[in-house]
Write a protein that binds this ligand. Structure first.
Ligand code: GLV
Length: 328
């Protein structure tokens, strides 16, 4: 009998169960010699290298940096399976050169992430978090029982949403916008026609949209796509939502535009550096809703992502096609 392959999993996934119960990692424990990182947070770099050194499979999160140096330190590695749709934490070219298959988990998180983008859109436009803070801080006094101009926000219905990136998540956001009576403009690097979405140039989208939601992957081409000049093109009073990756937006330029009121608000789930620095200029701004990278964080979706990541890993180890493979 051949020896079971050795794998390292960088997270215990303890809160996640497959439908009907049972650990999402059970198939790995049955079919591989599986070591799991059980300490809080991601393994530090040296611990990851040590643990993965003799492994044929690695199941990682987006917080693990799988760069060329790490891949070179793991000569037996055949498959890296990331429990994420984004793979900007993995050096795909280096993996491909080494013949290592890289898997990710698209599809299963599309609707959940689109829900969060829409939640941020509504929270930012109707100032929900600001209003919640006001109430909890005891500022809702009898004298201020109901004021005509209290927490005035912006309507979604009748407004124009610009969707940057028309992949599955961008399209799911566009569908929601249609249901809310919004006109939808869309821009994608690979022009594609989407029902209910008027395709346009990025410049025009920025100039015309009352709300802009970002849904492109972070790649060398999209890093800084919304830089200071692009943000300056946005309609005065517009609202920006980013649930994709922080590196796509120039955070300092965004903070400046929000501070001086040129942009009305933003809803952000992702940041240039995560966790966001305590002294980030965004933290002190009332007109920004900030969440800690929770786009796909529903109970069912995280379990599906983990199960798919396990499936990808086992397929790669068996020499079968991955369900979702990123590299050729
Ligand atoms: C989340 O950001 C993911 O890439 O899955």
């Amino acid at each position: 009998m051949t020896e079971r392959p050795r794998v390292f999993v960088t997270n215990s996934m303890s809160g996640l169960q497959v439908p009907g119960g049972g650990s999402v990692l059970a198939p790995l424990h049955e079919r591989t010699r599986c070591e799991v990182w059980r300490q809080p947070g991601s393994p530090p770099r040296h611990a990851l290298r040590e643990a993965a050194r003799d492994c044929e499979g690695l199941l990682c999160l987006l917080t693990d940096s799988i760069d060329a140096e790490l891949l070179a330190a793991c000569p037996r590695l055949r498959v890296v399976s990331s429990c994420s749709v984004g793979v900007d934490h993995i050096d795909i070219a280096a993996a491909t050169t080494r013949g290592i298959a890289v898997g990710n988990t698209p599809g299963v998180l599309t609707e959940t992430t689109a829900d969060l983008a829409f939640a941020l859109l509504m929270a930012a436009s109707r100032r929900i978090v600001e209003a919640d803070r006001f109430l909890r801080e005891g500022l809702w006094t009898p004298e201020r029982r109901w004021e005509l101009d209290m927490f005035l926000g912006r309507d979604l219905h009748g407004a124009t949403l610009g969707v940057i990136g028309l992949g599955p998540i961008g399209r799911a956001v566009a569908r929601r916008a249609g249901g809310f009576g919004m006109r939808v403009l869309g821009w994608s690097r690979s022009a594609r026609s989407v029902a209910g979405v008027e395709q346009t140039a990025l410049e025009r989208l920025l100039e015309c949209a009352d709300f802009v939601s970002v849904h492109v992957a972070l790649t060398p081409e999209t890093r800084g796509l919304l830089d200071a000049p692009a943000l300056a093109r946005m309609k005065p009073g517009a609202v920006l939502i980013n649930t994709a990756r922080g590196g796509i937006v120039d955070e300092a330029a965004l903070a400046a535009a929000l501070r001086d009121g040129r942009l009305a608000a933003a809803g952000l789930d992702v940041y240039e550096n995560e966790p966001i620095a305590a002294d980030s200029p965004l933290i002190d701004l009332e007109n920004v809703v900030l969440t800690p990278h929770i786009g796909s964080a529903s109970i069912a979706t995280r379990a599906r992502m983990a199960a798919l990541a396990v499936e990808n890993l086992l397929a790669g180890l068996d020499g079968r096609p991955l369900v979702h493979r990123v590299n050729p």
